[in-house]
Design a protein around this ligand. Structure first.
Ligand SMILES: CC(C)(COP(=O)(O)OP(=O)(O)OC[C@H]1O[C@@H](n2cnc3c(N)ncnc32)[C@H](O)[C@@H]1OP(=O)(O)O)[C@@H](O)C(=O)NCCC(=O)NCCS
Length: 445
């Protein structure tokens, strides 16, 4: 990471830190991660989040631990609709496994001196008889004891919710941890549900037989950065093209994310907990490290504000240094402020451009700059399309651009190379021959 990128990350992290302090987040963490060499780092990062003021509730996944515990007792589980039937014989081993998994988190958090407690915050109800089969000691969430859980969080204690719930009569049930994570996120009004899994979400290998819609944003490594609910639904609908085992892994996580979003959680993040620092990068940076499912409008193109002029100059600087863009001072931008638009993602300016009126029915797209950290994610195209739309609405006949090195990019967007003579007279008068910029035009009529 360059020094500039490092400083930008710290700035971004502070912005998010201020925003999230005092908010509640629920962390559903897969059991196999507790056996990963990186678990201690994951717990250290979770502790940092707690110490920075985030109220964290932890829901440990446990199915692999339960599988191992039952296997050791030669107990074979039956499943209905993918859910284990917890028999009377199995229940004590399931309870032990659940508390064993939870205690690993207590141990991990203790190493960073974060107060944590395993609690009975889930009231459970028997699943009952499904299709004529008694699910016995398998239950669902009847209620989250929100007041108790909130009290614990207000005391800066991290609650750990094992995959066990209790009926009002004091009977224990095995409750799926996904269901507990969902119900706890909803009951606590969590701003985020973070699903920390023991592998990548929809790795390029998982995608082999899937043709993803082009609107789905991916980075250079094929990671899906964010998904709106309708895109998540499209993906789920495509899952039958994926082979059974792989599909089960990612569809389960995506279904949980979608349910949580529909229930009002603002954002759900699915991250690979084996990647060092994944948790901090996902929460404290725009680009994150995993996949975010979100319902809110997290980006927008809008006019520049005075307080953002410095951000725009900062954004242009790498292009100025390469002589791709002309240097603009704050006063230059201030003078033409109404011409500038910015593309904001989660409170940070990631692209900018201006539309200048030169008379004779012609306007110029200028000062285009898109954050290199967000390259190839369509930001440049979106801001230019926005300005072309604006130019059309203002009934300009032609929009042009002067560029030294971005001609191909504009040609790919329908512009064609034009002559300096085609420029409106006022622009021709200030055309810098020494710079030798090429003219590209787009007819709007
Ligand atoms: C060109 C620029 C807008 C691209 O930003 P971006 O946010 O990555 O844009 P998009 O995601 O919409 O486009 C990316 C595509 O353009 C291609 N591309 C990027 N820079 C390019 C260039 N200079 N020439 C040709 N193609 C280019 C990428 O390879 C990618 O192609 P793909 O979609 O086939 O993978 C950005 O690099 C920039 O701001 N450059 C300086 C702009 C400039 O010259 N301003 C002065 C004139 S106003």
């Amino acid at each position: 990471m360059s020094l500039r990128a490092g400083i930008d990350f710290v700035r971004e992290a502070f912005r998010y830190q201020n925003r999230f302090a005092g908010s509640t987040m629920v962390f559903k963490i897969d059991y196999p991660l507790t056996e990963d060499p990186g678990f201690a780092y994951l717990m250290r990062d979770l502790s940092l989040l707690v110490k920075s003021g985030i109220k964290a509730a932890v829901v440990p996944g446990c199915s692999e631990r339960i599988d191992a515990a039952l296997k050791a007792q030669s107990i074979v589980s039956q499943y209905i609709g993918g859910e284990r039937i917890t028999t009377k014989e199995a229940l004590p081993f399931v309870e032990t496994a659940a508390f064993h998994a939870a205690s690993r988190f207590i141990t991990g958090l203790s190493a960073s001196r974060v107060d944590a407690v395993i609690g009975n915050f889930v009231r459970a109800r028997a699943r009952g008889v499904i299709d004529g089969v008694d699910m016995q000691f398998t239950g669902g969430v009847d209620k989250i004891y929100t007041a108790s859980l909130s009290r614990v969080l207000d005391f800066e204690i991290t609650p750990v919710l094992p995959c066990i719930g209790w009926s009002p009569a004091g009977k224990a049930y095995n409750v799926p941890s996904d269901e507990i994570a969902f119900a706890a996120s909803q009951a606590l009004g969590a701003i985020k549900l973070i699903i920390v899994s023991d592998g990548p979400f929809l790795s390029p290998k998982d995608c082999l037989n899937l043709t993803l819609p082009p609107s789905i944003e991916r980075d250079k490594n094929g990671r899906i950065i964010r998904l709106r609910p309708h895109e998540a639904e499209t993906l789920l609908a495509l899952s039958h093209f994926n082979d059974g085992c792989a599909a089960e892994r990612w569809t389960g996580r995506l279904s949980l994310a979608l349910r949580a979003i529909e229930a009002g959680v603002e954002r759900v993040h699915i991250i690979d907990g084996r990647e060092e620092g994944a948790l901090l990068r996902e929460i404290y940076s725009n680009l994150g490290s995993g996949t975010m499912v979100y319902a809110d409008e997290q980006d927008s193109i809008r006019p520049i504000r005075n307080c953002e002029i410095a951000d725009v100059i900062h954004l242009m600087e790498p292009f100025v240094q390469k002589d791709i863009l002309l240097r603009r001072r704050a006063v230059d931008i201030q003078e033409k402020k109404d011409d500038y638009v910015v593309l904001e993602i989660d409170g940070s300016i990631r692209a900018c451009a201006a539309l200048h009126d030169w008379g004779e029915g012609q306007c110029e797209i200028a000062a285009l700059a898109s954050d290199a950290a967000f390259a190839d994610m369509g930001l440049g195209a979106r801001i230019v399309d926005h300005l072309i739309d604006k130019a059309r609405k203002k009934r300009f006949k032609r929009v042009f651009v002067l560029t030294t090195r971005t001609g191909d990019w504009f040609e790919a967007r329908g512009f064609f190379q034009d002559s300096v003579d085609s420029l409106p007279s006022k622009k021709r008068a200030v055309y810098n021959k020494a710079r030798g910029s090429k003219v590209f035009s787009l007819n709007l009529e």
